[in-house]
Write a protein that binds this ligand. Structure first.
Ligand SMILES: *Cc1c(COP(=O)(O)O)cnc(C)c1O
Length: 463
């Protein structure tokens, strides 16, 4: 399987290279040259099969010959052995034909564990094969950073630098990043927003000298291997509620468009998905874009669902590329316009996008209301990100009898202040986590400056 860049100026590469590089040298994102196909019969055969076996079947065609299949199977078993629930992503019913898919039973209590636990194993395997080390750099709005640090702590082949917006992640998210004491992990509090952090990471990758010097690898959701890992739970959960005979809709609390893009991938691969619903908080750029055709950046407004406080949804480029018939010139032009504040989506692209996606949004007040209502009516405590999804799902259900799965992206205990405010209770952290988070914090603070960060990374590696 080969991967091509959305910007069309880099050569096609295999899975190993896509895994190692993240961003293409031309600034684009890698997408598969074609989508592996699963027939209704093959989808049916997933029924009753374990999560790990499902994962193996779905992931295998994407990996090709980059990782031997026996080793891939071992990695999948180890990675999902870290998830503290037998079903891995249990479905919980919260209404007529309305389900939550709980993706927060991993070690850092957010869905990011599903990708990063596997990606860390694939990456170290490939680095060992090549006798290489690498530097991982990532920007986080809270959950990617903790999942990455957890997945890579103490590993010899990798040095990890995670940039997070200072003061804009929850205490628990921060502690998950700053309490690991292993020398190879570094949490950096950047004086700026998540978009600033993401921009710094993109600039590091754009600096070809620095990139080569460090052997940089990206583990943000732009990394293709992360998307691949996330496709699995769409298949697994859809089959559990009746696919392929029934077509299912998914509502996905969205920030960087990685998780919902994995749903799009599942649909391209043959999973019958009626609607992929983008659920946004008050940072509703994707909702606006789908409605108006204008993707226009405004300031980020911090919300109680911080992992979705994003204006530049990186993975949106992947679906725009397909919407425009894989026209990399059009993507180049759009991304240049984005530097100046926004771009226009043309009629053809917009029709394509609307065929696959719809969008809804939830205000802060509505999100709190849904958290309180859900607890009262179902006994379930949900996190504010999940609540954004549930709000949008309930709207959708008003005019459709169809089965809807909302992805429950984080454990409520990760956001105790928001839960207490909305529901009047303090959600309990699982024991295994609360003990660990009590330790001392290791934080490096940095201004929003590329040169200072590069200096820090160089000096860290040289000592
Ligand atoms: C990362 C995250 C999201 C957004 O996911 P994307 O793939 O960036 O769209 C939503 N909810 C939670 C809890 C997250 O950690």
């Amino acid at each position: 399987m080969q991967y091509i860049s959305t910007r069309g100026r880099s050569r096609p590469i295999d899975f190993q290279e896509a895994l190692l590089s993240g961003l293409a040298p031309d600034g684009g994102l890698y997408v598969p040259q074609h989508w592996p196909q699963f027939s209704p019969k093959e989808i049916q055969e997933v029924k009753g099969v374990s999560y790990t076996e499902t994962a193996f079947r779905i992931i295998k065609p994407f990996v090709g010959t980059s990782i031997a299949h026996e080793r891939l199977a071992v990695m999948i078993n180890e990675a999902y052995g870290q998830i503290g629930h037998r079903a891995k992503c249990p479905l919980v019913q919260i209404g007529d034909n309305l389900f939550l898919c709980e993706l927060f039973h991993g070690p850092t209590l957010a869905f990011k564990d599903f990708a990063l636990q596997l990606v860390s194993r694939m990456l170290t395997d490939v680095l060992k094969q090549r006798n290489q080390k690498c530097v991982i750099v990532g920007a986080t709005s809270g959950d990617t950073g903790s999942a990455a640090i957890e997945a890579f702590r103490g590993l010899e082949q990798v040095e990890v630098f995670i940039l997070y917006p200072d003061g804009k992640v929850s205490d628990i998210q921060r502690r998950q990043m700053t309490t690991p004491q292993e020398a190879n992990v570094h949490a950096i509090a950047v004086q700026g927003t998540f978009d600033d952090c993401q921009n710094l990471v993109k600039q590091m990758f754009g600096d070809t000298t620095f990139r080569a010097e460090m052997n940089l690898a990206a583990i943000n959701s732009i990394n293709w291997a992360r998307i691949v890992s996330q496709i699995v739970y769409y298949f697994y959960s859809a089959v559990t509620v009746g696919a392929p005979e029934n077509s299912i809709s998914f509502v996905v609390p969205t920030g960087n468009f990685g998780d919902i893009y994995a749903g799009y991938a599942a649909k391209q691969m043959g999973l019958p998905v009626t609607d992929l619903v983008i659920a946004t908080n008050q940072n509703d750029i994707l909702y606006q874009a789908l409605n108006s055709g204008h993707y226009h950046i405004t300031d980020v407004r911090p919300s109680i669902s911080p992992s979705m406080d994003i204006q530049v949804s990186s993975n949106f480029e992947r679906v725009l590329f397909e919407a425009g018939g894989k026209d990399s010139h059009s993507i180049q032009a759009k991304m240049q316009d984005l530097q100046k504040g926004g771009f226009k989506i043309n009629e053809v692209e917009l029709n394509y996008l609307r065929k696959y996606f719809s969008a809804g949004r939830s205000s802060e007040r509505e999100t709190r209301q849904v958290m309180a209502d859900t607890l009262r009516e179902t006994g379930q405590v949900i996190c504010p990100h999940t609540a954004v999804g549930v709000k949008v799902a309930q709207e959708l259900k008003q005019n459709s009898p169809e089965t809807v799965i909302t992805l429950a992206t984080a454990h409520p205990a990760k956001f105790p202040d928001a839960v207490k405010d909305a529901c009047g209770i303090i959600p309990q952290l699982p024991d295994r986590l609360s003990k660990r988070l009590k330790g001392a914090e290791k934080i490096h603070t940095s201004p929003n400056s590329l040169s200072e960060l590069q200096e820090f990374m160089r000096s860290t590696l040289n000592c």
